[in-house]
Every structure is written in C-alpha cells, then in structure tokens.
Write a protein that binds this ligand. Structure first.
Ligand code: FUB
Length: 369
C-alpha cells in the first residue's frame, strides 16, 4: 500500500500549522529574535480525510441499495515534475471506497481497474465516475492514449466495487477528461465531460486532437469561454448516442461566460445533480480554485451561473460530487491535507445546505475561530 509517510501524517491532526500548507511561504530563514515573523495562524479543517492508507482525489459518490460508494482517483507519488498541464498526476489504477453511512467506517476496496488492463490507454488514469443500469455497474475513466490524447473509456462489472472489465476501445468520439454520468428520472443517461489546460478541451475544437494546440484555453478573453460537453449515452451505456454538445453557462445578462472570467468560467470537474426539478451543473474554475454551479431547466442547459459551492481548499485542485442520502445533501471533495502536496490528495465529505430559493450555501473548507 502507498501509506503516507509518518512525517506527512503529522499534518493530519485536527489543528494544523500553516507550515503544512502548500500555499503558505516558508518561514524566513535566519531571522533574529527581534525580527521573528508574526506567529503563524492556525487553520482547522472543516472535515477530515475519508482514508489515509492511500492518497485519493476526484471523489464521485453514488448511493446504491442504501450504501455509499465513492469512485476516486488514486494519487501516487510519481517522479514527473509538476507542470501546468498536470503531468504530475500519474495515476495508474482505481480503488473504490464504500461506507454504510456518512461518518461511519470506510472500506478501501482492492484495485478495481489498472491501466495495464486497458489496451488503448497509456497513462494518467484521471477522475472517474460510475453508473448502474439493471444489474451492471459501469466505470467511466479518462486516460491518455498512446498518442498523448485524453480519451474516455468504460469498464463493466457485476459488483459496484469491481473488478471491472474494460472495453478494448475508448468511447467513440470521446476526448478530454473528467466524465460525470447522470441518469434522469426518465431513465435517460448523460455524460458531462471536459477540462481545459491539461484536460485538452482547447486541443479538440475541430473534432480531431491537435497535439500542437494551445496549452491553456482559446486565448481569447473577450470571447465565450470553452464549454464542458454533454452527450446522451446509448441504452447499453457503452457509447455516445449523439455528438457531444456544449454545456453553455450564462451570466446575469444571459450572455455566455467569457474566457477571461476565470472566477466563473468552466475549467474541469463536471457534476450534475437535480434538486426540486432543476438541473444543477457544478464544476471547478481551476486556476481560481472554486467549485461553482449553474442552474438550468434541461440536462442540456443552458445553465445560469448561480454562485460558489466551495471556497479554495489546501492544494491547487479540488473536484467534487454532490449526492442526497436520507434527505440530507453531501459534498464530496478533496484537498492536500495529508501530504501538503497538490499531487497527493485526500477525499473528504461535508454536508451541503440550500437556501429557500434553491441556491446553495457557500462552504468554507476551513473553520475560523
Ligand atoms: O486528478 C487529476 C485531475 O485533477 C482531474 O481529472 C481534475 O479534475 C483535477 O482534479
């Protein structure tokens, strides 16, 4: 097992010194007694990691037969230096978590799928999601193919915790990262997906992957931002039933969010849930580190920007899911509490609350005295 070193676990006590944070600068070296920097503020995390035996991120939670299953990425301590395209996220397999109730003991299941089992995949098994139809469970996952292009694969199992058997080819017409699968009340299932920068959405604007395309986005701040994608799945859940469409997010004037609006525009980490008959599309703003959401009347949108769900966590990324359990709503997310390193994350859960008008109360991942 990839157990975090004791040195790092020392950072996981309830109250942590800011020195454990990757966003705090180190204390000034060699300051004399009367030049000591001010005492560092202490920070208290809102919630604690669900598991510490391995590093986990990107938690997609589902409730099946009364039990909670979490499908996370499995972070590993690789050797690739950090870069803006996420080359340091070198994940190779998936392990699933389960629990009978939130707050109860968490079971860490054995490897459910390894990159070596997937004929088309080369590396970087990033954020997955799962679905169930009849008696089959489906694991959806992005990975880079042998040409360095992200594609989305699917694997099946008769058990929610695997092992999963991958299809020999990625989903036809799939590209980019972060699949999130939502089944509506009418039984139709949709996949939301995509991510800019390392997620390569900007290199897939013509229908063919352009390895020499922009490293970041469209590089047009005054134009509509790149959108997440949505496609209905076929009845067997294995392919797209249609060409992916744009998930358009509108501002307060019903205009699409612009590429320069980094506090609100889509970056990665799509999730869809339904509340009181409305469709809530939520996502990460990436370089501004927020989890935000937009509300629509159809699974295809358009969606109107509605606010922040989660303020920035410790670490560069976070990625979430939202589920209802016994009438209460829960936000699963991740931070870097255990390691202090962005590449080695840990998943968490906290309760999510709505206002009477259907907006979501913003969550601060830290508790302030
Ligand atoms: O875990 C790798 C990538 O980082 C995910 O696919 C993104 O959502 C971000 O969390």
């Amino acid at each position: 097992m990839n157990r975090p070193p004791l040195r790092l676990l020392a950072c996981s006590v309830l109250v942590v010194l800011a020195a454990c944070s990757s966003k705090e600068p180190p204390a000034a070296a060699g300051a004399s007694a009367d030049q000591q920097p001010p005492a560092k503020a202490t920070r208290q995390y809102l919630s604690q990691p669900l598991v510490s035996e391995i590093y986990t991120a990107d938690p997609s939670a589902h409730i099946w037969d009364g039990k909670i299953y979490v499908y996370p990425s499995h972070d590993i301590d690789g050797t690739t230096p950090e870069d803006d395209l996420g080359a340091h996220f070198e994940m190779r397999d998936y392990r699933i978590l389960s629990m009978d109730e939130i707050g109860g003991p968490v079971t860490l299941h054995p490897v459910a799928l390894d990159v070596s089992q997937v004929p088309w995949a080369d590396k970087q098994m990033w954020a997955p999601d799962a679905a169930r139809k009849n008696d089959t469970y489906f694991l959806y996952f992005p990975a880079k193919d042998k040409q360095g292009a992200f594609r989305i694969g699917v694997a099946t199992s008769k058990s929610p915790t695997g092992p999963f058997e991958p299809r020999p080819e990625p989903i036809k017409g799939s590209f980019s990262i972060d699949p999130a699968v939502f089944t509506d009340a009418d039984g139709r299932t949709y996949m939301y997906f995509g991510g800019i920068w390392g997620g390569q959405l900007q290199r897939n604007t013509t229908g063919t992957y352009d390895p020499n395309g922009s490293k970041t986005d469209l590089q047009a701040d005054d134009q509509p931002a790149l959108s997440a994608k949505v496609a209905m799945l076929t009845g067997d859940m294995l392919e797209f039933a249609e060409k992916p469409r744009d998930v358009v997010i509108l501002d307060e004037n019903d205009k699409p969010l612009l590429g320069g609006d980094h506090d609100r525009r889509f970056f990665e980490a799509s999730w869809m849930h339904k509340y009181n008959g409305k469709y809530y599309f939520s996502y990460s703003t990436g370089d501004t580190h927020y989890i935000v959401y937009a509300i629509g009347d159809s699974p295809y949108g358009p969606f109107k920007y509605a606010g922040r769900i989660l303020e920035p966590v410790e670490g560069w990324t976070t990625h979430h899911s939202i589920v209802e359990s016994d009438g209460r709503w829960w936000l699963f997310y991740a931070d870097s509490q255990l390691s202090g390193q962005t590449r080695l994350r840990n998943v968490k859960v906290t309760e999510l609350f709505y206002n009477p008008d259907g907006t979501i109360k913003t969550i601060d991942p830290f508790v302030h005295e």
